[in-house]
Design a protein around this ligand. Sequence first.
Ligand SMILES: [Zn+2]
Length: 191
Amino acid sequence: MTSRISRLLVAVVATAGATLGVTLANPSPASAAMTICYNTSQAGSFVGVAGQAATIWNNATSNLTLTANCGSNLRIYSITGGGSYAVRTSLGNGRVYIDTQQAQQYSPLRIMSHEIGHILGLPDNYNGNCALLMSGGSAGTSCTNPYPSSAEASRVTQLFAGTRVGPDRADSVGGQVFRDSWPSTMLAPIG
Ligand SMILES: [Zn+2]
C-alpha cells in the first residue's frame, strides 16, 4: 500500500517536473529528439546495412532518431564504381552513395556509418586510427569498426543541439561533397 502511494507520488512529481521544465525552461520543441528520415528505395543490397548504421547513430547520440522511409532527409544509393561518397545539402540532409565494389574491400557497415557521419556534420579525419569512424579508409581494409568514437558522437550531438532538421531536403541542388574517403586497394602498385 505504502509503496503504491510512493510510486504514485513519484509519478505525479515527475510529471509535474516535466511539465514545468517544458513550460518554463524550454518552450521550444527543438530540444526533443530530431527525426532524420532516410530513404532506402535505391539502396539496393545495402538496406540492411543502412538500418544497422542508423541504429548505431541513434544509440551514439542523445538527440537524433534516424528512421527508415518516413521521408527523404537522407537518400541512400547503391552505385557501382567511382567510390563511395556523401553530399551534405545541409545539416542532417543529403545523399549517401555506397560503391558495391568498394564494399567488397572495406566493411560495408563502416562505409555506411562513415558516410552518414558526413550528413550529420562530421568532416574526414584521415589519421589512420581505426578507433575513429571518420578516419575512413586511412585505417586500412582490415578496420571494420562502424562506431563513432565518443568524441565524434559528442560532436554530432553538439551540432544538433537546439537545431531542427528541415523537411526533406535530400534533393536540394548543391551541397558539400565528401569524396575519396576509401582509397582503392585494387589500384595500388605491387612491389
Ligand atoms: Zn569521408
